[in-house]
Every structure is written in structure tokens, then in C-alpha cells.
Ligand binder design. Structure first.
Ligand code: PLP
Length: 568
């Protein structure tokens, strides 16, 4: 059994969600997909990594829309045995004093050269556990505070125990992908104390653990940082250290997973340059660097564009920097591959909604989690104006997708507004919302449009990654200057910005201004180019691949992590 002998793994990558395979429904969005892409690139680069996450039998959520465009959530079940291998290993931990047994399932990611990164999914649904405890790992981001804290204990503490049980005793770096897995530090502290022959942790243990841990923070939105009151913490975890060493575990009297991770990490980073800056203002007590996110190149490149790269670029799957030479590929080859991807999306729209979209009409895509700051309905700010822009041109099609968290009423409101607008009656303006956005749909939707729209309210988008997937496929972005786009944007060369003169304007109420800017760019820059000077549009498509695809990928990103964070 290779997984027991395979003790060379040096980096353990912990993530609450991992989007490793479109059939394994244990991810919700950007964070999980980044984790999946990171692991895929680790396998490509032969980095000795092992992934740890939880096994959610019911997934995140299956999205349906009722006749009013309101999101209805259902369980998103999948066939675990078809994708994962059950292991005999068991570990236990205590929650509220009850013992909970955890099993692990193994998945293997094979890289371009045949190297493997194993991923372990922790599962509490065992017959020896109490009924309520069996449900603990069923839903990603389901349940309340209690369930979340229990899940985080299973991920962090259970994850370290399981790795040791599996024979991974020489892990040198523990990478916490967001604060959900911070409790792994507590288990590492206990191990240090045990090594000293003590049952109580002290500050020398803190130093030893800090040397092993790396933390990536992913959001400047404060609700995205897990905080638990000490009463709940004591009820669930039954530990005294939180009160005894508050400067290590607490912030403002509460267990704060972000602070735990920061206090116990040798290296901390945000996920884009701007996000690094913002994080340094949010957490001025800590030294925070940045490593800009990426996406996995071959995973997110459409089949037709892969064929073009295979023909013109040597070894691009193994060396993503090869994408620089896309500038040598004839525009027609890229255009043909793009049209093929577009026809695929249009076919899907026809099959699932019986709406008829046209491959010759300019098409905008917008798909991501629906939540207020992403302003998914910004383009409808002035519907009459949008209709006029479409009618003054040869037409406009817009394709939407994305889920809202079940408790995010505002996010669901925005979906509902988008669905209502999709009923617009205009010969020249067609709008569609495709339900249940996931990896499979993203792989068709993103390469199948001509322009990728993103409208976050700065500086709330830490990075964003879907625009990077678009760039790889020759789809330029039109986006507010936030997250990765500040780095990827060269006006008129890789795409276009929205509200670039923001700094000169008063703060607040930016939506009106941003909508105006969006319309202006569409009307005066983008549509005239697409319909009037297509060759120039095609240059921009090619630049997107060459300038942004070659850089905003997880291969470059991981190389930065190796040099700056793992530094073995
Ligand atoms: C890439 C991706 C995301 C993240 O998109 P952002 O632009 O970072 O918001 C979310 N969901 C799916 C299915 C994706 O493929």
C-alpha cells in the first residue's frame, strides 16, 4: 500500500473545500477551486504535497430557480465510492467530551509527468458515531456556529492526526488555505509539548509550530473570518489554552481563526498585491506578504483551444510560460477555437432552456457567487440605456450563472433581479441565467463568451479567478479595478476597466458611476471593435492569453509559494 510507505511528503495543504473534480461536490466556489488548481499544479511540478479536506456527502448546494427566479436549494449528493478509495485508517477526537471516529478517503491527482498528489477526505459518517455526529461532515458551509466549529476541529485536529496515522510523520510545512483549518496548530502544539514530556503547551512550542505553518488569507470581508465565542469554544473543544494564552488564540476576547493562523505562521499572504495591502491595514500587527492567485492552465482551457496550444506551443502543459508565445499564433487559429467554444455554449443554452442564441452576436459572460459586493446586477442599473446600446449595435447577448449562499438573502435577491431582467423583450438584447453553476458549467460558459464581466466593489474582491480562466481562453475582461485585475489590466490591450477614474471621485455611491462607465466602455470601445474592427478585437484576445494566461496560473503561483512560503 503505497500511501503508508509514501512518507516523503513535506507539505500538507489544508482546505475546508477542494474542487478537485467536477463530480466530487465538496466545493462552493473560488476558494475550493483555487485549492483544486493548487493541487493539480503541485502534481505537475512534482511538489511533495498532500491535501486534506472534509468529505461532504451532501455537497454544498444544488441550485434550482422557482418560477419567480428565487433560488431553491437542495442537497447535492454524489457517489463517493465511484471517485474515492476508502481507507481502513481511523482516528478519534472529542467534541463536547464525546468521542467521534473519523475515517479517510483517498483521491489521487496525477500531474503531467505522472507524479501523484494524494488528497484525503475526512468523514465523520461512521456507524460507531452518535447519529448527530454522523451528520457533522455532511454539508459544506451548512449548519450553525456549533457545526462549523466542530467541522473545523475535525479538519484541523483530525487532519493532523489522520496524516500521522497514514504515516506522514515528516511534514515540514502545514499550509492553511484560509482560517478554517487553524486548529491544526493546536494539535501541533500538543505534539511539541508531548515531545518535551509535558502535557501543557508553552511559548517554546509556539515558536516551534510557527516555524512549520503557512497561512493564506482570502477575504477582506470581515464576515469571511471565523470568530467563535469562548463559551461555545469551551463547550465544543474543552480546552483551557484559549483563556490561558489569549494573545495566541484570541482577538477581542473571542477565538479568532484568522488570528490563530497569523500568530502561528512563519509566512502569511494575501492573494493579490492589493489584497496584501488591504490585509496589512486590517491586521497591522502582522507581516503580510502577497502571492497573486492563478488557475490551472490545461484544466481551464477549452478543448478546442487546447488543440491550438498543442499545435503551436511546445510543452505548454508542463511549462505554462510557453503561453507567452501565443503572440506567434495566427489570430484565425485562436478565433476558430473560440468560435467552437462559443457554439458549445450556445448549444448548451439551446438544450437546457430552448432559447436561441447566435454565435455571431457579441456575448458577455458573468458567473460567480451572488453576493452584494459583487454587484451581479450592475449591468441592469439603467435597463433602457442597456437596451439602447444593444439596439444601436448588431446585438448583445448576456449569459449569467452563480449560486448564493442559502442564508444570503441579498444574494438571492440579486439572482431574482437578473432572472427578471432576462425576460426583456428586445430583438437585439438576449439575457439568460443558467442555473447550478459549477465546474462543469464554468468550463463551457467562460470560454464560450466574448467578454468576461466582473463588477466587484473595490477593495472587497481579494483576487477573483474566473477572469484568469477567461484570459486563458482568449476572453478579455471588462472589470472594476480590484483584485487580480489591477495587475492583469492594460487598457485596450488585455481588456478594459470600469471606473478607472474612481480615485478622483468622492467615496460611496459608486454603483451609478460604475454603471455609466460600463455602458460607456461597451458603447464606445468594445462593441465598435467587435463589430467594426474584428482583427483588433482578436489581437486583444491573443494578448489575454499571452500576457495574462502565461502569468495568472497556479504553476507560477506555486513556484512563488515554494520560494517565499514553503522554502524547504
Ligand atoms: C472560478 C470559479 C469561481 C470563482 O470565480 P470568481 O471570479 O473568483 O468569483 C466560482 N465558481 C466556479 C464554479 C468557478 O469555476
Amino acid at each position: 500500500m503505497q500511501y503508508i510507505r509514501d512518507n516523503r511528503r513535506k507539505i500538507a495543504y489544508f482546505s475546508m473545500e477542494i474542487g478537485i473534480n467536477q463530480e466530487i461536490r465538496t466545493y462552493s466556489g473560488g476558494l475550493g477551486i483555487l485549492a483544486g488548481d493548487t493541487i493539480r499544479s503541485a502534481a505537475d511540478l512534482s511538489i511533495p504535497m498532500v491535501g486534506v479536506t472534509l468529505l461532504y456527502r451532501k455537497g454544498y448546494l444544488h441550485q434550482q430557480l422557482d418560477s419567480n427566479g428565487w433560488q431553491i436549494e437542495g442537497p447535492d449528493e454524489w457517489k463517493i465510492e465511484e471517485f474515492l478509495t476508502e481507507l481502513p485508517n481511523r482516528i478519534s477526537l472529542r467534541i463536547e467530551g464525546r468521542y467521534i471516529y473519523i475515517r479517510a478517503w483517498r483521491y489521487e491527482v496525477t500531474g503531467v509527468s505522472g507524479d501523484i498528489v494524494p488528497v484525503f477526505f475526512l468523514d465523520a459518517d461512521l456507524p460507531e458515531n452518535a447519529e448527530r455526529d454522523r451528520l457533522l461532515t455532511h454539508h459544506l458551509y451548512g449548519g450553525g456556529e456549533y457545526e462549523r466549529l466542530a467541522q473545523e476541529k475535525i479538519l484541523g485536529i483530525g487532519g493532523v492526526r489522520m496524516l500521522r496515522n497514514l504515516g506522514y510523520t515528516d511534514i515540514e510545512r502545514f499550509h492553511m488555505n484560509e482560517g478554517h483549518s487553524s486548529l491544526l496548530t493546536l494539535e501541533l502544539l500538543d505534539l511539541e509539548a508531548t515531545k518535551r514530556g509535558s502535557s501543557e503547551i508553552n511559548y517554546s512550542d509556539v515558536d516551534a509550530v510557527r516555524d512549520k505553518c503557512v497561512f493564506t488569507t482570502h477575504t477582506p470581508v470581515s464576515a469571511g473570518h471565523d470568530i467563535f465565542g469562548l463559551e461555545l469554544v469551551e463547550q465544543v473543544l474543552r480546552r483551557q489554552e484559549f483563556r490561558k494564552m489569549p494573545e495566541v488564540f484570541c482577538h477581542e476576547g473571542k477565538l479568532n481563526m484568522t488570528y490563530v493562523a497569523m500568530n502561528l505562521s512563519r509566512y502569511i499572504n494575501g492573494v493579490a498585491k492589493k489584497h496584501g495591502e488591504v490585509s496589512r491595514t486590517m491586521f497591522s500587527t502582522h507581516d503580510i506578504d502577497s502571492i497573486t492567485n492563478g488557475v490551472h492552465v490545461s484544466y481551464w482551457t477549452s478543448v478546442s483551444m487546447q488543440a491550438v496550444f498543442d499545435k503551436y506551443l511546445k510543452g505548454w502543459r508542463k511549462d505554462n510560460y510557453e503561453l507567452r508565445y501565443t503572440l506567434n499564433i495566427p489570430n484565425e487559429a485562436i478565433w476558430k477555437a473560440h468560435q467552437e467554444a462559443k457554439k458549445k455554449l450556445i448549444a448548451l443554452i439551446g438544450e437546457t432552456t430552448s432559447r436561441v442564441f447566435d454565435a455571431d452576436v457579441f456575448t458577455i459572460g458573468f458567473a460567480r457567487r451572488f453576493t452584494q459586493y459583487k454587484r451581479g446586477d450592475l449591468i441592469f442599473h439603467d435597463m433602457n440605456k442597456l437596451i439602447r446600446i444593444a439596439e444601436d449595435s448588431k446585438g448583445l447577448q448576456i449569459v449569467f450563472g452563480g449560486k448564493a449562499h442559502p442564508r444570503d438573502q441579498m444574494g438571492k435577491d440579486i439572482i431574482q433581479r437578473v432572472v427578471r431582467h432576462s425576460k426583456v423583450r428586445s430583438e437585439k438584447l438576449k439575457i439568460i441565467f443558467l442555473p447550478d453553476y459549477d465546474i462543469e458549467l464554468a468550463k463551457i460558459l467562460i470560454p464560450g463568451v466574448d467578454l468576461w464581466l466582473n463588477t466587484p466593489e473595490a477593495p472587497l474582491e481579494a483576487s477573483g479567478t474566473s477572469g484568469m480562466k477567461a484570459a486563458l481562453n482568449g476572453v478579455p475582461s471588462l472589470s472594476t479595478l480590484d483584485g487580480w485585475w489591477i495587475e492583469g489590466h492594460v487598457e485596450g490591450i488585455t481588456g478594459w476597466s470600469i471606473g478607472e477614474d474612481d480615485k478622483a471621485k468622492p467615496q460611496g455611491e459608486s454603483s451609478q458611476r460604475h454603471a455609466e462607465s460600463l455602458y460607456e466602455k461597451l458603447k464606445t470601445k468594445i462593441l465598435p471593435l467587435f463589430y467594426g474592427r474584428l482583427a483588433n478585437y482578436q489581437h486583444i484576445m491573443r494578448n489575454s492569453i499571452s500576457l495574462n494566461g502565461a502569468f495568472f496560473n497556479t504553476q507560477r503561483m506555486l513556484q512563488e509559494y515554494v520560494l517565499k512560503a514553503y522554502y524547504l
